[in-house]
Design a protein around this ligand. Structure first.
Ligand SMILES: Nc1ncnc2c1ncn2[C@@H]1O[C@H](COP(=O)(O)OP(=O)(O)OP(=O)(O)O)[C@@H](O)[C@H]1O
Ligand SMILES: [Mg+2]
Length: 265
């Protein structure tokens, strides 16, 4: 068996009395796509932030290609090396893009930081092309772009460092449905072309079905169920997963029945 690109084990994180992440473990195969689903507050973002290195676990391990990245990075070189392993795309690119920095400058900044010796103009064109943005977008400021285009910039910036893992936390949640579909297609293409592994966090089970091959279901910081996406969604073993599936608004859904089922859990 090939070593998974990402291995998380025994992860714990508490905030006061809240066990935000409680003994979480999973693996992501190289080029695979793992979904994390669960209701609000179930610990998805906290898990993601620990994997990326934006937060420290109280206990547990995060390994990329078998190398530990737990604990605080020692020095700049290690921080940059870790950033090249795992990149994150957030829900709202507005918050992660500087309003005064053009698309080209955003990408140039990242490339200069990580690869001082590359030919940046060529690589910038390549990245814009990879995310389906024309070279005309290069000079645009974030506010001159649509939500979908801004998210493409955030994706391009993440790809710039050639990460092994891309963590996407509700990355399409703020987009209109048609734009959402375009960005999901783009992400699927990129995964196929690059072999980057995705950790795909979403509350939208339709999205999970589209873009992941495995899924873990979280509740109160714990994983209650995991497996191939089709198996988990088509024949959920856990009552909580069935409830999540029922909570997806669709024609004929009955909010009262869902509320009653929730109380019974
Ligand atoms: N920095 C923090 N300080 C205190 N509590 C926190 C902090 N971050 C998260 N929490 C708590 O940890 C729990 C898990 O939060 P988390 O953001 O990981 O959930 P989530 O699954 O991402 O939810 P959502 O779907 O709403 O994004 C929640 O109870 C939350 O209030
Ligand atoms: Mg979250």
């Amino acid at each position: 068996m090939a070593e998974p690109v990402l291995r998380v084990s025994g992860l714990h994180r508490t905030f006061g009395t809240v066990r935000a992440v409680d003994d979480v473990a999973f693996t992501l195969d190289a080029g695979g796509s793992l979904g994390i689903v669960g209701e609000s507050g179930s610990g998805k973002t906290t898990t993601a932030r620990i994997v990326v290195g934006l937060d420290q676990a109280d206990a547990g391990e995060v390994l990329v290609h078998g190398r530990a990245r737990s604990g605080r990075a020692r020095g700049r070189a290690e921080r940059l090396a870790r950033a090249r392993e795992v990149q994150m795309v957030f829900q709202d690119p507005y918050l992660s893009l500087d309003p005064r920095t053009s698309v080209e400058a955003v990408l140039r900044e990242t490339l200069r930081l990580h690869f001082p010796d590359t030919d940046h103009p060529t690589r910038i064109r390549e990245l814009l092309d990879q995310v389906g943005l024309g070279t005309r977008a290069a000079e645009a400021l974030p506010r001159q772009l649509s939500g979908g285009q801004r998210q493409r910039v955030a994706i391009a910036r993440a790809l710039a460092v050639r990460p092994a893992v891309l963590v996407l936390d509700e990355a399409v949640a703020a987009l209109d449905v048609s734009v959402q579909a375009q960005v999901l297609n783009l992400l699927a293409d990129i995964r196929e072309q690059t072999g980057i592994g995705y950790l795909f966090i979403t509350h939208d089970l339709g999205v999970v079905r589209c873009v992941t091959d495995r899924v873990v279901v979280m509740r109160h910081g714990r994983i209650v169920e995991s497996g191939p996406t089709a198996d988990v969604l088509d024949s959920p073993q856990h009552a909580y997963t069935r409830l999540l599936l029922e909570s997806v608004p669709r024609p004929g859904w009955d909010p009262d029945r869902i509320a009653a089922a929730r109380r019974a859990l």
